[in-house]
Design a protein around this ligand. Sequence first.
Ligand SMILES: NC(=O)c1ccc[n+]([C@@H]2O[C@H](COP(=O)([O-])OP(=O)(O)OC[C@H]3O[C@@H](n4cnc5c(N)ncnc54)[C@H](OP(=O)(O)O)[C@@H]3O)[C@@H](O)[C@H]2O)c1
Length: 232
Amino acid sequence: MKNYLIVGGSSGIGLKIAQLLQGPEREIIIASRKRENVPEHFHAGHIEIDISEQAFDDEMLPETLQGVVYCPGTIKLRPFHRLKDDDFVNDFSINVMGAVRTVRVCLPLLKKSAEGASIVLFSTVAVETGMPYHASIASAKGAVQGLTRSLAAEFAPEIRVNAIAPSLTDTPLAQQFLSTDQKRKLAAERHPLQRYGKPEDCAHLAVFLLENESSWITGQIFHVDGGMSSIK
Ligand SMILES: NC(=O)c1ccc[n+]([C@@H]2O[C@H](COP(=O)([O-])OP(=O)(O)OC[C@H]3O[C@@H](n4cnc5c(N)ncnc54)[C@H](OP(=O)(O)O)[C@@H]3O)[C@@H](O)[C@H]2O)c1
């Protein structure tokens, strides 16, 4: 049996990852603040946790893990002069410290995986491409990218660590930017590939990064962004 922990697997990209990963000989464990957000028909374990404030207890998790995905994130966009210290601290707490706490507890369980293990973290297009009003989230996700590369170096060759940096993707987190036809049209047009993201755009890559087909890939930041970070 292969065990996968998807922190933030009850919604958006994380839920799609959990659904795509499902299969025989695979146990999916979702962690999020509210169990009721996990679709009723979906067969997965659930751990109720606010990862910005708590860490996992050992006994909540299986003895070994083959993969861990950390999805919780924030999109608090404000002009810099309106961002308070607390906004930066809160973004850092959820995006970075939640991932740090998760990896710390999971590390011994990932090390026990005989066939190797994989960690997938989430960044944002706004680290590579400077965007107005993104100072707080881009700072936090920049730290996630540093964490990704540091851990990839430290944990090789047993555990691979990669991150995905999406652009605007149609999930509950991004609803404020896609709430009208006009916003959707403009969001699509901003991307060279003329659409905003679907959860499966990132989820398929995350599943690939968890599986053995990606066993020679670590320390990478993957830009799943409709071309936004690299072409005009
Ligand atoms: N969607 C975008 O446009 C976009 C763009 C760039 C980057 N990203 C990044 O992509 C990742 C996935 O985003 P998404 O759009 O799929 O988000 P989402 O739909 O809001 O899902 C977030 C998941 O994390 C859980 N979560 C949030 N806060 C938590 C906490 N404190 N403790 C435990 N669980 C928590 C949520 O469940 P509960 O509410 O039940 O806790 C939910 O399962 C994020 O890291 C985000 O920053 C997204």
